[in-house]
Design a protein around this ligand. Structure first.
Ligand SMILES: *Cc1c(COP(=O)(O)O)cnc(C)c1O
Length: 340
């Protein structure tokens, strides 16, 4: 039995999701004529109280389109040093938008209003114009931490006072929401644009949706085409996204419980130096200087357990839809039996 905890993107569509995909009505989405895509876009926008949505092939594309639409070349955006947009999107902020990033050291990837206020450039010819703030919720690289609504409201206020746009990389926003019980419109109300991923914990094979005002999405649609993301009969994939939104949100709690169980196992193991507190479905832990993460991952792979190397001595595990209680039990055995 192979257990894959490298990411929550490794899931396969369930049988019922495949049935929904198989029976989707489709059309040419570049002509705006795919009814299933239109339904997914309207549904996700309405869920967060936004006017419109745009279905894209990846979360990288939704984030990069948002950054391009909110900025001009030569501008500066503010984000946490752990953020996905800065670390894992191939330098796209600079190459797609000609924008530089000011990296802030938040609390496990989370910024606060004061940090943002203090990092806005003054209006001088020799300083880049600060025009955008990007938050991530949950924060992948910081171990799945999430924001409380109050902090988001304070950040929104600072952004409004200083005429900054506010974008949310919500690749795992539903993981945050099942913990906080904040409503989706409350989250939607704090941001100018939101990117949600359907292919992470929600278990769809492909896709992210960008949400915002109708005018913003009209602009974003043009940028998507320029980036090569205009798709044709893509309703088959949108159908998987609709199915995921209807059926796979509440079950994310199970992923969190299993991640917590892994944390508790790790805390008893002599070779584990430190575990970042587990808030959602991401478990990041540190090995001692004597064990290299690559060697550790290779040993586990021999036992049919796949994990991600996240640093020289750092390992990441992510729980997901295809990780069951049986897998958890097997995983416990493998972790307990590890020896160098
Ligand atoms: C996965 C992820 C994305 C998008 O990744 P794609 O692989 O391009 O879909 C964006 N932000 C965060 C925080 C992510 O974890």
């Amino acid at each position: 039995m192979l257990i894959d905890l490298r990411s929550d993107t490794v899931t396969r569509p369930t049988l019922t999701m495949l049935e929904a995909m198989f029976s989707a009505k489709v059309g040419d989405d570049v002509f705006n004529e795919d009814p299933t895509v239109l339904l997914l876009e309207q549904k996700s926008a309405a869920l967060f109280g936004k006017e419109a949505g745009l279905f894209c092939p990846s979360g990288t594309m939704t984030n990069q389109i948002a950054i391009k639409c909110h900025t001009q070349p030569g501008d500066e955006l503010l984000c946490d040093i752990n953020s996905h947009i800065y670390n894992y999107e191939g330098g796209g902020i600079a190459s797609n938008s000609g924008v530089q990033s000011k990296l802030i050291h938040g609390d496990r990837g989370r910024l606060n209003a004061l940090q943002i206020k203090e990092n806005i450039n003054g209006d001088f010819d020799w300083l880049a114009k600060t025009s955008l703030v990007c938050l991530e919720n949950t924060v992948n690289k910081a171990g799945g931490s999430y924001y409380d609504l109050n902090t988001l409201q304070e950040i929104k206020q600072v952004c409004q006072q200083h005429h900054l746009s506010l974008h949310l990389d919500g690749a795992r926003i539903f993981n945050a929401l099942v913990e906080t019980n904040d409503s989706t419109p409350e989250i939607g109300n704090q941001f100018d644009s939101i990117s949600i991923c359907l292919s992470k914990g929600l278990g769809a094979p492909v896709g992210s949706v960008l949400l915002g005002t109708s005018a913003f999405i009209k602009k974003a649609r043009r940028v998507r085409k320029v980036f090569g993301g205009g798709m044709r009969q893509v309703g088959y994939l949108a159908a998987a996204g609709i199915y995921a939104l209807d059926n796979h949100i509440q079950r994310l709690r199970e992923d969190h419980q299993r991640a917590k169980a892994i944390e508790n196992i790790l805390l008893t193991l002599p070779y584990v130096k430190n575990v970042i507190p587990v808030d959602t479905n991401i478990v990041i832990f540190e090995l001692p200087q004597t064990i290299l993460a690559v060697d550790f991952a290779l040993k586990l792979k021999e036992q049919q357990l796949l994990v991600s190397v996240f640093g020289k001595h750092t390992i990441r595990l992510v729980t997901h839809l295809d990780f069951t209680d049986d897998h958890l039990e097997a995983c416990e055995g493998i972790l307990k039996n590890y020896s160098k």
